[in-house]
Design a protein around this ligand. Structure first.
Ligand SMILES: NC(=O)c1ccc[n+]([C@@H]2O[C@H](COP(=O)([O-])OP(=O)(O)OC[C@H]3O[C@@H](n4cnc5c(N)ncnc54)[C@H](OP(=O)(O)O)[C@@H]3O)[C@@H](O)[C@H]2O)c1
Length: 436
């Protein structure tokens, strides 16, 4: 079942949390797209005057401001009832996400967020997948830099392997490379206060240890066991193609793998075939440039050690973990802190998937992108995902708690060019021996 009766909603997309570092950028993107395609959108926040001031300050005239607060369920119901899609930017999601999702499912609006808080996503799948299916609603989580690009790329690779050679994928190695804007890097370039608070919240979560589980989003125990066996999350630095050193994905290597494995499991379930987990690896390429090889290995080693420390914290006893998480939340940056506007545009980044098929074929798919990956490209991708979901027939007819690739479908990939993210599927083929 898939919801078709929302065509008469007065709004296509609402961005909730429009005052935040990321929410403001989503509003700016929707405003641009409204001028191009006549999108009907509104901004939602708990303080409408403040939201209007902040948006005016960045040149975004929101056509309408909706007052909504996560602690006021009636306000969430009113917001969700008016629109086809809610884009939720109110984090930490572990603290604030559930009532928004419940309101969307109850009111028949598709829901999209940027969470990377995997125990929260697992809980939502367990509790709300069935209700979302019954309501014909798409609940699409982890739909920003994590994990839309690698999720869509691996799905595109799987599609190509199937269509070209009738093969399955057995391995996918993802490498991302970033080129920041010129000038001295600033502390605010990397992570917003909202993201830092979300990480601290996960560290203090009852189920924090789940973050290191690549199968955390898979509810079938047999499939989950196979994923853990075939594709554990590795944190050691390794050598990549072209002499690059591959460090663990930043800011967190624990998010994308779980999403990609869920996509594979959901697709197999939809096709009625057994789920065949692939070996998924990802990381950040530290390329030559000015840095010598020992320096690159040292940087990768430091990044690995940080992630090993985070995983250790997540696995520690609550009596150890909670005070540390609380202290991090107090001393770290909070809401409102984030990259300066002039540091958002100049970023360039690429992502490549090196795929191997069951028949021994090897090929690459990839993307090239502009804009800060976490706070500009992410905002634009989220905005475009919302527009796609509001468009009748633009995405597959499927409902429930879905990954970006399952909710949006591989046919959506070219649409992200408008968001500055250009997917390509036919580069640098290397046909292995025994090719058919
Ligand atoms: N995976 C990714 O690629 C990615 C990228 C970027 C961000 N994120 C995630 O997205 C989330 C937002 O990040 P951010 O940096 O934009 O955070 P932020 O700047 O702290 O923004 C948080 C937003 O939530 C709103 N809010 C807080 N409490 C509320 C309530 N009770 N009712 C209504 N609104 C409320 C805030 O409104 P006020 O202004 O009224 O306080 C603000 O608009 C974080 O969880 C972050 O981890 C993920």
């Amino acid at each position: 079942m898939y919801r078709q009766d929302v065509a008469d909603r007065e709004l296509d997309v609402v961005v909730f949390g429009a005052t935040g570092v990321t929410g403001r950028r989503v509003a700016a993107y929707l405003s641009e797209r409204a001028a191009e395609i006549g999108l009907r959108w509104a901004a939602a926040a708990r303080d409408a005057d403040r939201a209007r001031r902040l948006l005016d300050g960045i040149g975004v005239g929101a056509p309408e401001m909706i007052v909504a607060d996560v602690s006021d369920r009636a306000s969430l119901a009113r917001m969700a009832a008016r629109t086809k899609v809610v884009l939720d930017l109110v984090g930490p999601y572990t603290l604030y996400g559930r009532p928004v999702i419940e309101a969307c499912v109850a009111q028949g609006a598709h829901y999209v967020d940027l969470t990377g808080e995997m125990p929260f996503v697992r809980g939502i799948i367990e509790d709300l997948h069935g209700a979302a299916v019954d309501a014909g609603v798409k609940v699409v989580q982890v739909c920003g830099f994590e994990a839309l690009p690698p999720d869509l790329l691996v799905a595109l690779a799987a599609e190509r392997a199937r269509e070209q050679w009738r093969d399955g994928l057995v391995a996918a190695d993802v490498a991302v490379a970033f080129a920041p804007p010129p000038g001295l890097p600033r502390p605010s370039d990397g992570m917003s206060g909202g993201t830092f608070q979300s990480l601290s919240t996960v560290a203090g979560d009852e189920h924090a240890a789940q973050i290191a589980d690549p199968a955390v989003l898979i509810t079938d125990p047999a499939v989950a066991a196979a994923v853990r066996r075939v594709s554990p999350i590795g944190l050691a630095p390794r050598r990549g193609a072209d002499g690059a050193v591959i460090a663990p994905m930043t800011p967190a290597p624990f998010i994308n793998p779980a999403v990609i494995h869920r996509t594979i499991a959901r697709r197999a379930a939809a096709e009625g075939t057994p789920a065949e987990p692939l070996r998924y690896r990802e990381g950040m390429a530290i390329e030559g440039g000015a840095a010598s090889a020992p320096v690159r290995w040292a940087i990768a080693g430091a990044l690995s050690a940080t992630q090993v420390g985070l995983r250790g914290l997540a696995r520690a006893r609550p009596s150890v973990r909670r005070p540390i998480a609380g202290a991090l939340a107090r001393v770290g940056p909070s809401s409102g802190f984030g990259p300066a506007p002039e540091r958002l545009e100049g970023w360039r980044w690429t992502m490549t998937v090196h795929a191997r098929t069951s028949g021994g074929r090897e090929f690459d798919v990839g993307l090239e992108a502009d804009g800060h990956p976490g706070y500009l490209a992410t905002a634009r991708m989220l905005g475009e995902a919302g527009i796609l979901l509001a468009e009748d027939g633009a995405t597959p007819h499927v409902a429930g708690c879905l990954t970006p690739a399952v909710a949006l479908g591989t046919a959506s990939a070219p649409r992200f060019a408008r968001a500055g993210v250009r997917f390509h599927t036919g580069v640098r083929d290397a046909v292995a021996s025994g090719a058919r």
